[in-house]
Ligand binder design. Structure first.
Ligand SMILES: Nc1ncnc2c1ncn2[C@@H]1O[C@H](COP(=O)(O)OP(=O)(O)OP(=O)(O)O)[C@@H](O)[C@H]1O
Length: 309
């Protein structure tokens, strides 16, 4: 199989606004043909990084390669190959939604079907509406449509579902998945953990302008930390005896009378040990659940901060 170079590769990226260092030596890469999600709290430097990759902002230091090109120097060569989701700026307020999209489609050799895209993103009712009269969610969906209509090789999506209702959010997810199936590389930013878990092949968590950790959602949720298992049974079980049967790093507590939590590496073997112990002690464990660590937990552990949900 042919190995493609990364769609985006950033190393040692620095961007300052006056005395504020927004991006502080960031390393980031987005694999070819994959969806990469950049997660981080407000002010982490996500938009700044994306805008530098798009060629809209100069960097103060570091190297940036987008489809092998330098966005600061090779903008003209790069622009037809990438899709960018613009937030309000860059559009004509009085132009009609469909007109804008058709215009954008004409600029590309092999655009997507405009009518179909409009329908998919639920924009059919507002195709003749001037941009400035669209609702926030409609503007957002139009911006997404504008980014993808030219069938770019790489799409940058800065918070593509911010402010969308659940239906529009799902339609957007669906579209992003299809882009990936078509071999398009996608670099998106999000505050939404579920969005990253649903869509991303790889997640890069950034905070204060630096990379905190990267990996597949699966790797990050599994890595190092503990899972939790809960069950309920009769109150006052002898947990000391349960713990004797379990691996040394495991913890077990009775949260409220009859509600138990076991924390540690919850694997099938541990589950079997707990149920065997229950059987030996005449306990029928009810509502037994195993909870996986979420990206939210990973983020909190690594940065001590909560992401805005
Ligand atoms: N044009 C600017 N002038 C001055 N400071 C800026 C400018 N743009 C961004 N900043 C600051 O740089 C830091 C990073 O901002 P950036 O918008 O890149 O973060 P972000 O991760 O995208 O945040 P959010 O999730 O809130 O959009 C923030 O502290 C922000 O206030």
């Amino acid at each position: 199989m042919q190995q493609h170079p990364p769609a985006v590769e950033v190393a040692g990226l620095v961007k300052r606004y006056g005395t504020k260092t927004a991006v502080d030596g960031l390393a980031l890469s987005a694999a070819h043909g994959a969806v990469t999600a950049v997660l981080g709290p407000n002010g982490a430097g996500k938009s700044t990084t994306i805008e530098i990759c798009e060629g809209y902002r100069p960097a103060d230091a570091g190297t940036v390669r987008v489809l092998g090109l330098d966005p600061a120097a090779d903008g003209a060569a790069l622009r037809p190959r990438i899709g960018v989701m613009l937030q309000s700026g860059g559009v004509y307020p009085s132009a009609r939604a469909e007109e804008m999209l058709r215009h954008m489609a004409r600029l590309h050799a092999h655009p997507l079907d405009v009518g179909e895209l409009i329908e998919r993103l639920g924009l059919d009712s507002c195709g003749r509406t001037p941009y400035r009269r669209l609702s926030g969610g409609q503007q957002q969906r139009l911006a997404l449509a504008m980014a993808v209509v030219g069938r770019p090789e790489l799409v940058f999506l800065d918070e593509p579902t911010a402010g969308l209702d659940p239906q529009a959010r799902r339609a957007t997810w669906e579209l992003i998945r299809e882009l990936r199936t078509d071999g398009v590389s996608v670099l998106l930013t999000t505050h939404h953990m579920d969005e990253a878990e649903q869509l991303a092949d790889e997640v890069a968590i950034i905070d204060a302008g630096r990379l905190v950790v990267r990996g597949t959602p699966e790797e990050l949720c599994r890595g190092g930390a503990e899972n939790t298992m809960r069950f309920s049974g009769r109150p006052g079980l002898d947990l000391a005896s349960l713990l004797k049967a379990l691996p040394p790093e495991t913890a077990a507590i009775e949260l409220t009378p009859g509600a138990y939590r076991v924390a540690g590496t919850i694997d099938p073997e541990l589950l079997a040990t707990v149920t065997t112990w229950c059987a030996q002690n005449g306990v029928l464990p009810e509502q037994m659940t195993v909870e996986r660590r979420t990206l939210e937990d990973v983020f909190l552990e690594l940065t001590g901060k909560e992401l805005r949900s």
